[in-house]
Design a protein around this ligand. Structure first.
Ligand SMILES: CC(C)(COP(=O)(O)OP(=O)(O)OC[C@H]1O[C@@H](n2cnc3c(N)ncnc32)[C@H](O)[C@@H]1OP(=O)(O)O)[C@@H](O)C(=O)NCCC(=O)NCCS
Length: 121
């Protein structure tokens, strides 16, 4: 899988149980997926169509660094499917553990907001 982005869990990201708020994680995944989708489509005009089942496997605490990795599953005519993983990076030991995973679909759109064919060179 390819590293897309790294986020740090701040106190402002914490929910009601001293863990990272799930909505924040979804935002990080959506942003990272959008970055990867735009690189594949060679266009910033990509839009989130679908987020599959999201598994929050382990809690994330303040100060932990979360790396978002992506893998291209499929390129269609106008859409692409990605597998995304969020991994906690232990900087002291340089180890990683998956904390969250999902699959997402992004659609390449034209200026009119309608699906547009992805050009692959
Ligand atoms: C994304 C959007 C432009 C697609 O419009 P649409 O009329 O469904 O487009 P189409 O039916 O032509 O489908 C476009 C692509 O999505 C795929 N698709 C559509 N519905 C799908 C579904 N339920 N599951 C998987 N793929 C789907 C189609 O197969 C097609 O891919 P392909 O060209 O690679 O085969 C439209 O749904 C939209 O604007 N949604 C809002 C997106 C948004 O605002 N996202 C931000 C988060 S709120």
């Amino acid at each position: 899988m390819k590293l897309i982005s790294t986020n740090i869990c701040k106190t402002s990201d914490i929910g009601v149980n001293d863990n990272l708020f799930g909505g924040r994680m979804l935002s990080w995944l959506d942003e990272a997926g959008g970055i990867m989708a735009s690189q594949v489509c060679k266009s910033t005009n990509v839009i989130t169509l679908k987020i599959d089942e999201v598994l929050f496997l382990r809690p994330v605490k303040v100060k932990e660094q979360i790396r978002i990795y992506g893998k291209l599953d499929r390129i269609g005519n106008t859409s692409i499917s990605l597998h995304l993983e969020a991994r906690r990076n232990c900087v002291e030991e340089n180890t990683e553990a998956v904390v969250c995973s999902t699959k997402m679909i992004f659609v390449h759109i034209g200026e009119d907001g309608r699906p547009k064919k992805i050009k692959i060179s």
